[in-house]
Ligand binder design. Structure first.
Ligand SMILES: Cc1cc2nc3c(=O)[nH]c(=O)nc-3n(C[C@H](O)[C@H](O)[C@H](O)COP(=O)(O)OP(=O)(O)OC[C@H]3O[C@@H](n4cnc5c(N)ncnc54)[C@H](O)[C@@H]3O)c2cc1C
Length: 384
């Protein structure tokens, strides 16, 4: 098995392959072991149950169970990773026009057994005294199963345990494949290496479209830059969940500071990973200070930028083989919710390879085939 990309997805897959089938030969080809531009190293690493589609809610329920137990699951000898999971909840806010959408998503979430409560503005104000509720009509708060963690620690814990179980990490850039009929037989690296394979998995994150093009597949996944702003504020505010504002920004605590971001109106592909500093003052700060008046005294400390691997068809994962190639599988297009889904997607793709079907969680709604068959699974709750 050859996995292209050793970010959180490729490493979660390597972990599951070698855990479920210890005798397997699994090779992860990663061009940059420093992960300088990888989404997994630049992520806000938050997890929510508040999706609009049952398949994403079920994936998150399985993921939070894994994350709660990550220290045990991913220990190597006496070394237990600390992914610093904090279950402080997500708070979705709605103005009158958005309340119905929040109610509809809530009904789906409750039917799936998620622990989410709707709150009117008075309840919101009572719980979060620092919040301006004057223009709000509804809020939706995750009471458990939502929060954030250290995404880079999760990536390195998957990779370390995968190696310990026998996975091999190779530092090389994949530049092509040998294809025989409907099967890929070799992975070709820029340094001249050729790696024979029974299966290949595209785990190349925001660069997955380029890897797909090497086998003639048109993958609708585009690298869209997102800036994360690190902000300090002199006023203490507790409790503070991950807040999603109706105007489109998100903010959550990070240590003694906060991190925040938003979806840019002009969302071009492949922009250089330079943070968009100008938009803090012109766009984000006024919106923040409106929702949380204490942020009038906020200060921008620094910022970084990473790529969302945006599936422009339906904002959901694209999994499994493309119709044209039977042993080339995809795990791409997570559109901003890949970090939280990695434990579950890694297992699901390992099951597809080892058993030929999903076993622990049915993710067939997310198979690649849906694109060719024009059956999109639209996720309404895409953040930033
Ligand atoms: C700013 C930001 C905030 C985010 N916030 C959240 C969040 O709160 N919650 C959440 O769940 N998700 C979040 N995400 C999304 C999440 O981080 C990603 O979905 C996830 O990290 C994708 O992991 P990956 O392994 O697929 O991609 P990556 O981590 O990008 O890994 C892909 C790897 O493939 C390698 N590669 C590419 N091409 C080749 C090649 N040809 N040969 C060899 N190697 C190659 C790259 O070097 C890279 O290391 C966020 C992302 C960003 C950028």
């Amino acid at each position: 098995m050859v996995v292209i990309g050793g970010g959180v997805m490729g490493s979660a897959l390597a972990y599951w392959l070698t855990r479920l089938e210890p005798s397997i030969s699994a090779t992860v080809v990663e061009r940059d072991p420093s992960y300088r531009q990888a989404s997994s190293a630049l992520s806000a690493a938050s997890i929510r149950q508040q999706f609009s589609t049952p398949v994403n809610i079920r994936a998150s329920q399985a993921s939070i169970a894994f994350l709660r137990n990550a220290a045990v699951e991913l220990a190597v000898g006496d070394e237990t990773p600390n992914i610093m999971l904090r279950e402080a909840g997500y708070l979705y806010l709605a103005m009158p026009g958005g309340a119905e959408g929040l109610r509809q998503a809530h009904a789906v979430q409750i039917a799936c057994g998620a622990d989410i409560a709707l709150m009117d503005p008075a309840e919101l104000k009572k719980r979060f005294g620092w919040l301006n509720t004057s223009d709000l009509s509804l809020g939706s708060l995750g009471l458990s199963g939502e929060g954030w963690f250290d995404g880079y620690a999760l990536l390195t814990a998957f990779a370390r345990r995968a190696r310990d179980q026998g996975a091999r990490y190779v530092n090389a850039e994949v530049c092509g494949f040998t294809v025989d009929g409907s099967r890929v037989t070799e992975v070709l690296a820029a340094d001249g290496k050729r790696i024979a394979c029974t299966h290949v998995v595209n785990a190349a994150g925001p660069w997955a479209r380029r890897v797909a093009a090497m086998v003639g597949v048109d993958l609708p996944v585009f690298a869209r830059r997102r800036t994360v702003y690190v902000i300090s504020c002199p006023t203490a505010m507790n409790p503070f969940p991950l807040l999603i504002d109706p105007t489109g920004f998100w903010i959550r605590p990070e240590g003694t500071k906060f991190i925040a971001g938003f979806s840019p109106a002009s969302d071009l592909d492949d922009q250089p990973l330079e943070p968009d500093y100008d938009s803090f003052e012109s766009h984000l700060w006024p919106a923040l200070a409106h929702r949380i008046p204490a942020f009038e005294a906020a200060r921008l400390e620094r910022a970084w930028a990473g790529y969302f691997e945006m599936n422009t068809v339906d904002h959901n994962a694209i999994l499994g083989p493309a119709p044209s190639l039977e042993n080339f599988l995809f795990m791409n297009g997570f559109s901003g919710h890949g970090m939280q889904q990695a434990p579950v997607i890694g297992r699901a793709i390992a099951e597809l390879i080892l058993l030929g079907r999903f076993d622990t969680l049915d993710l067939s709604d997310l198979l690649f085939a849906r694109l060719a068959e024009n059956r999109p699974v639209r996720e309404a709750n895409v953040i930033g």
